[in-house]
Design a protein around this ligand. Structure first.
Ligand code: NAD
Length: 507
C-alpha cells in the first residue's frame, strides 16, 4: 500500500490500459517524459490501431519540426505494446486506465489489477463521469486508487484533474499531482463528485445552448457566434457539442442530473432527439451541423434592402451615439424619432429588460430592433446583439442584419428574452461556478484554471464574472428567472451576498 508520497523520478514504469482516443495520447505523453510505458489493449487488432495512432501523432510532431527522428525512435523504444494485461501491469509503478466509459468494464479490469499489480502500485482511472469511489470501493487497496482526468488531446491540453475519493490516501493524490507537474501539466485537486470541475461547468452550458436553439432564441450559427465572439471562447457550444459527441454529453448530463437534480442538468429534449436519431456530431457525420456536405449559404443578409431612414433613439449615457454617426456616415438618414418614412427604429437593448417595453414607448413597434454591444474591453464595441421583440414585422430582422453588414458590425440576432444570447449563456455558467465554490468543492482560482486550461477560456468564469460585476450578473440572472420561471437561473446565495457586499471572487 502507498504510505508515502512517491517522487516523480521514482515512477519509472507506467502501464496505460486502453489505447483509444485518450489512452494513445496518455501513452505518448508518458513516453515523451522518459518513462517506460506498457501500452495495453484487449487484442492485437486494437493494439495495432492504438500504436498506429500513437506513431502517427509522433510522426506529425517530427514533420512539424517539434521532435527529432531520434527522439521519436527513443520514445517508441520505451513503449512496450501488449495485449496481456496481467503480464503488462506486473512491473508498473502506476497504472492509468482509459478503457470505455462503462462501470462493469472498469470494475472487471480493477479486479484483474488487484490480482496482477504490485501492492504499492497506484491505480488511476481517466473516467469522465463514473463514480471513482465505486470503482475504488471494490478494490483490495482503495487508498491507492484515484482519478487522473486528462483532456483531449492528452499530449496538448495542459489541465489534469486529480480526483480523490473518501478512500484515497493523501499521499496517492499528492503523488499524482507531482507527477502531473512533471509531465508539464497543471493539476487541480478535487474530490469525487459528478463532472469534477470542467464537465460540471461545461456540459450544462452546452445543454443551455441547445435549449436556446430549440426555443428559437436564435439560429445555431448565431448561438455559436455569440459564444465565440461575445465571450471569446475558442468554439461555439453547438460546434463543440458536435466535436465532443452528443451521446457523450448526454451521458454526462444524466450523471449530473442523477447527482444534483434540478432543471439545470435536465437534458434538452432536442439533445435527446438527436441522439435517438444517432446524429452524434462529427463522428457520425451530422449533429447540429452536417459534416457530409458543405452547407450552402441559405441567405445573404446583405442582399436585403437597406432602410432609407433609420430612427436611433439616443440614450442620455450616449450609448448609441457612435452607432448613429456610423449610420449617417454610411449615407443613411438618421432621425431622432420615427416618422412614417422610417424603415427601422433602433433602441438601446439591455439584457435585464425587455426591448418590447422600449418599443411600445417609442411607437412603430413593428419596426423596432434593440441593439446591445458586448464590451470588447478598453471601451471598444464588440459583438452586436440585434434583439427582436416578437411583435416586430417579418422583414425587420433582415433590415437590421443588412444594416449591420453595411456597417461591418459582427452581429447576431436574438429573440427578446432576458440575457439575450451572450449573457444568458455566460451568466448561467458563472452562477454554476459560484455554486461550486459555495459548496466548498473548488477554489475560485482552481475553477478558473480548470476552465482556461481544460476548455481554452481566455479568462476563467469567475474572473469574467468579476469583470462584468457581480451585481449586474445578479440582476440579469433575476430577469432570466422571472421570464422563464426556471429555478436554475436564481442567483446562488453566495453570488447574491458578494453582489450586495461589493466583493469580488478573484481579487
Ligand atoms: P475509446 O473508445 O476511444 O478507447 C477505449 C479503448 O479501450 C478502445 O481502444 C478499446 O479497445 C479499449 N478497451 C476496451 N476494453 C478494454 C480492456 N478491458 N482492456 C484494455 N483495453 C480495453 O475511448 P476514449 O474516448 O479514449 O475514452 C476512454 C476513457 O477516457 C473513458 O473513461 C472516457 O470517459 C475518458 N475520457 C474521454 C475523453 C474524450 O474526450 N474522449 C476525455 C477525457 C476522459
Amino acid at each position: 500500500m502507498t504510505s508515502s508520497v512517491i517522487q516523480p523520478a521514482d515512477i519509472r514504469e507506467v502501464a496505460v490500459i486502453g489505447l483509444g482516443l485518450m489512452g494513445s495520447g496518455i501513452a505518448e505523453l508518458v513516453g515523451r517524459s522518459g518513462r517506460r510505458v506498457v501500452a495495453i489493449e484487449i487484442n492485437q487488432t486494437f493494439l495495432d490501431q492504438g500504436m498506429a495512432r500513437l506513431r502517427a501523432s509522433l510522426d506529425k510532431a517530427v514533420s512539424r519540426g517539434k521532435l527529432t527522428d531520434t527522439s521519436r525512435d527513443e520514445i517508441l523504444a520505451r513503449i512496450r505494446p501488449t495485449d496481456d494485461i496481467p503480464a503488462g501491469v506486473a512491473g508498473a509503478d502506476l497504472v492509468i486506465e482509459a478503457i470505455p466509459e462503462r462501470m462493469e468494464l472498469k470494475r472487471t479490469l480493477f479486479d484483474q489489477l488487484d490480482e496482477a499489480c504490485r501492492a504499492d502500485a497506484i491505480l488511476a482511472t481517466n473516467t469522465s463521469s463514473l463514480s471513482i469511489t465505486e470503482i475504488a470501493g471494490g478494490t483490495r487497496y482503495p487508498p491507492r486508487v484515484a482519478g487522473l482526468h486528462f483532456f483531449n488531446p492528452a499530449p496538448v491540453m495542459k489541465l489534469v484533474e486529480v480526483i480523490s475519493t473518501v478512500l484515497t490516501s493523501p499521499e496517492t493524490a499528492e503523488t499524482l499531482a507531482l507527477l502531473s507537474r512533471d509531465l508539464r501539466k497543471t493539476p487541480v485537486q478535487v474530490s469525487d463528485r459528478a463532472g469534477f470541475i470542467v464537465n460540471a461547468l461545461l456540459v450544462p452550458y452546452l445543454n443551455h445552448a441547445v435549449r436556446l436553439l430549440e426555443t428559437a432564441q436564435a439560429t445555431r450559427e448565431d448561438i455559436d457566434k455569440a459564444a465565440n465572439l461575445g465571450l471569446g471562447l475558442p468554439m461555439g457550444p453547438l460546434t463543440l457539442l458536435d466535436l465532443i459527441g452528443l451521446d457523450t454529453s448526454l451521458a454526462v448530463l444524466e450523471v449530473l442530473q442523477a447527482e444534483f437534480g434540478g432543471t439545470r442538468y435536465a437534458p434538452a429534449p432536442l439533445l435527446r432527439r438527436l441522439c435517438d436519431a444517432r446524429l452524434f456530431g462529427r463522428k457520425s457525420g451530422r449533429g447540429f451541423y452536417d459534416y457530409r456536405h458543405s452547407t450552402p449559404v441559405a441567405h445573404d443578409p446583405a442582399s436585403a434592402p437597406l432602410p432609407a431612414e433609420v430612427a436611433v433613439i439616443r440614450e442620455p449615457d450616449g450609448r448609441l451615439d457612435e452607432l448613429a454617426r456610423d449610420i449617417a456616415a454610411a449615407g443613411i438618414s438618421v432621425v431622432p424619432q420615427p416618422s412614417p418614412e422610417t424603415g427601422l427604429v433602433i433602441v438601446a437593448a439591455d439584457p435585464e429588460h425587455r426591448v418590447l417595453d422600449a418599443a411600445l414607448t417609442v411607437g412603430h413597434s413593428a419596426d423596432v430592433v434593440g441593439i446591445h454591444f458586448i464590451d470588447a474591453g478598453d471601451g471598444k464595441r464588440g459583438l452586436a446583439e440585434l434583439v427582436l421583440p416578437d411583435v416586430t414585422a417579418a422583414g425587420t430582422a433582415a433590415k437590421a442584419t443588412a444594416l449591420a453588414v453595411k456597417l461591418s458590425l459582427d452581429a447576431v440576432t436574438s429573440r427578446d428574452r432576458p440575457g439575450f444570447l451572450t449573457e444568458a449563456l455566460a451568466y448561467a455558467q458563472f452562477n454554476d461556478a459560484v455554486r461550486m465554490f459555495q459548496d466548498g468543492y473548488a477554489s475560485p482560482a482552481d475553477i478558473d484554471t480548470a476552465m482556461m486550461l481544460g476548455c481554452g477560456y481566455p479568462r476563467g468564469p469567475l474572473q469574467m464574472l468579476d469583470d462584468a460585476g457581480p451585481a449586474r450578473v445578479v440582476s440579469v440572472l433575476e430577469a432570466m428567472h422571472a421570464a422563464t420561471g426556471d429555478q436554475a437561473f436564481t442567483p446562488v446565495p453566495l453570488l447574491a451576498e458578494y453582489a450586495t457586499a461589493g466583493i469580488r471572487f478573484r481579487s
